[in-house]
Design a binder for this molecule. Structure first.
Ligand code: GLC
Length: 584
């Protein structure tokens, strides 16, 4: 029996969106798909009722709402167009859902009322507006929708930037755009890639692409950048890894294995990994990289074996093992992957790991040791230990340091690498706990007033001059040099949930929520505590928006974590001495 309800839209966003049109109609209370309870979503397909019909619900618009239908406010395009001029001309939007707070009458006790922050609805509108279409199909999201400043390449679809958007869409039951993106970028991989007269490896994936519209021929084409236009001319090593990780997230979330099984996808995976698994002069299983080949795409002293790339490499290898078919080529590749994973996990867990015990050992290292018996294998000089690390290191806790190479340890803490280490289970459960312990005890430094520091600490003065090459965009506590990046919130949230500390993520999300919308979703914040909108930060930066949404959705329904997290592989035995970070 339908019940009559009074409905109000949640929070302050309600009046702004104009007239309410009520929705109806599901049948049994317990059979409502959790997604429809949770979602605060925008339906943007040609069939606006898709979400409902997918769950086999009859749909009708009426003034009555059966109590079983968890509160959604539905706004038709006409109402939206009258009240939000910005999206008046957005052809792809048919219908909006917003979550409601139910007030009042005859609400059954068992009713599970969804309370969603008003920022969420606004974030969905902005994410929707960032979608890029190619010949009528959604294929990605633009990096930033900010016309107030020079666009440079922020009007392109970046592979790494699309990851949180993709996760948001998958969590919201909209996998099509993710599938289109994976296929489109796979085609780009087969382009011939040249920087001046030099040809890049066949597996290289682009950093970004852009859809060009020829108004005369009314025809769309794509251009892609593999590093030949990027500042510094460096190819993005992370793009291919993110592509594999996303393919696995798509497969896990939809249960559709047919995409990954396509011969071209299998080939794409193998080509990406061939770039990294080839034999050469390497003595380490880690991957040697140039500065600026990942999210930090400018000179920042992260050349060598940066943690961000090593953690993504590890995760991509593990995802590839799950995706590769057991045919001849697949098996051969899988064998090489397994060997590399074994060596890589040993190397990372042994040499990149730092806690108070390890720090103390390095502090007392002897140098100039030779032969197999050497304790100080890379000949690290204790004098190269920076002063800050002694204060930063808590008694309980630890992290994977930024870089390890001969006589060089970069002791900086990097967010992305440490979170991905947790998600991929590169970190043992004890190490994952220790990383979270460190974040908790260094909350002020790493989270401050805006989550989350890309790295800690910033380089200053002479060091900044030498290492960044006097880069004015990377001054101390700005941008890549100790700036705070809201996009990292989704990674923190995922890592928190995986290591059983959702309350930490909740605190971080609340901090971000109080400012992001007001500040128009900046790309990054500046200052030791992240109090200031970044000097050159773009506004309406899509991955800041999507990162927030993913964090919210994941916290609300932790089962989403599965698409971006891998369980510990017991075969890769941790080869670590017991250490102070997990003794108590
Ligand atoms: C900046 C960031 C890079 C990002 C790009 C687009 O160059 O350093 O990580 O992909 O902007 O947002």
């Amino acid at each position: 029996m339908p019940h009559q309800f009074n409905l109000v839209a949640n929070g302050t966003s309600a009046p702004k969106y104009g007239n309410v049109i009520l929705i109806g109609q599901t049948t049994q209370k317990n059979s409502i798909h959790p997604q429809s309870q949770r979602a605060c979503s925008i339906v943007s397909s040609t069939n606006p009722y898709r979400k409902i019909s997918r769950f086999n619900r009859k749909f009708s618009i009426s003034g009555e709402l059966p109590y079983e239908l968890i509160p959604f406010l539905l706004l038709l395009k006409g109402d939206i167009q009258n009240s939000i001029p910005d999206i008046r001309h957005e052809p792809s939007i048919d219908l909006f859902f917003f979550p409601l707070t139910l007030v009042g009458v005859s609400t059954p006790r068992s009713f599970n009322c969804v309370e969603t922050h008003p920022v969420v609805a606004e974030a969905w509108v902005s994410l929707q507006r960032s979608i890029v279409h190619f010949r009528g199909q959604p294929v990605g999201t633009i990096a930033a929708l900010d016309h107030s400043t020079e666009e440079l390449n922020y009007d392109q679809v970046f592979l790494r930037d699309f990851v949180p958007s993709a996760l948001a869409f998958l969590m919201n039951g909209e996998p099509e755009i993710v599938k289109n993106f994976l296929l489109k970028t796979l085609r780009l991989q087969s382009w011939e890639k040249k920087v001046d007269n030099f040809t890049l490896g066949a597996g290289v994936m682009p950093a970004s692409f852009k859809v060009l519209h020829d108004p005369v021929r009314n025809y769309e084409t794509i251009i892609a950048d593999f590093g030949e236009c990027a500042i510094g001319r460096v190819a993005p090593v992370d793009s291919g890894f993110w592509w594999i990780i996303l393919l696995r997230a798509y497969t896990k979330s939809t249960g559709d294995t047919s995409l990954a099984e396509l011969p071209e996808c299998q080939r794409g995976i193998r080509l990406i990994l061939t770039l990294c698994l080839s034999e050469g002069f390497d003595t380490f299983p880690t991957l040697l990289c140039a500065d600026g080949c990942s999210m930090i795409d400018r000179r920042m002293g992260v050349y060598g074996y940066p943690i961000e790339i090593q953690a993504l490499f590890f995760m991509a290898l593990r995802c590839a093992l799950l995706l590769l078919k057991q045919d001849e080529e697949g098996k051969d590749c899988a064998d090489r992957i397994s060997k590399r994973l074994h060596a890589l996990s040993y190397h990372m867990r042994s040499y990149f790991w730092l806690d108070i015990k390890q720090l103390n050992d390095i502090y007392r290292y002897k140098t100039e040791e030779y032969s197999h018996t050497a304790v100080n294998k890379f000949n690290v000089m204790p004098d190269s230990l920076p002063d800050w690390v002694f204060d930063f290191m808590p008694t309980r806790g630890g992290y994977f340091i930024g870089n390890v190479s001969p006589a060089k340890m970069d002791f900086r803490w990097f967010c992305l690498g440490n979170c991905v280490a947790i998600l991929s289970s590169l970190a043992t459960p004890e190490q994952a706990s220790a990383i979270m312990d460190l974040i908790e005890s260094r909350w002020e430094e790493l989270v401050g007033e805006m989550p989350l520091k890309i790295c800690y600490p910033a380089m200053e003065n002479h060091e900044w001059r030498i290492v960044t090459g006097c880069d004015p965009k990377n001054t101390s506590w700005s941008y890549h040099n100790g700036g705070s990046w809201p996009v990292l919130l989704w990674l923190l949230t995922a890592a928190c949930i995986k290591s059983g500390r959702p309350q930490l993520a909740r605190c971080a999300i609340e901090l971000a929520e109080s400012r992001l919308l007001k500040d128009h979703w900046p790309e990054y914040y500046d200052g030791k505590l992240g109090r200031y909108v970044g000097k050159q930060a773009r506004k309406n930066q899509t991955w800041s928006i999507a990162g927030y949404l993913v964090a919210k959705m994941m916290l609300e329904d932790p089962s989403h974590l599965g698409m971006i997290s891998l369980e510990e592989d017991k075969q890769m035995k941790p080869h670590m001495k017991r250490s102070a970070s997990w003794m108590c």
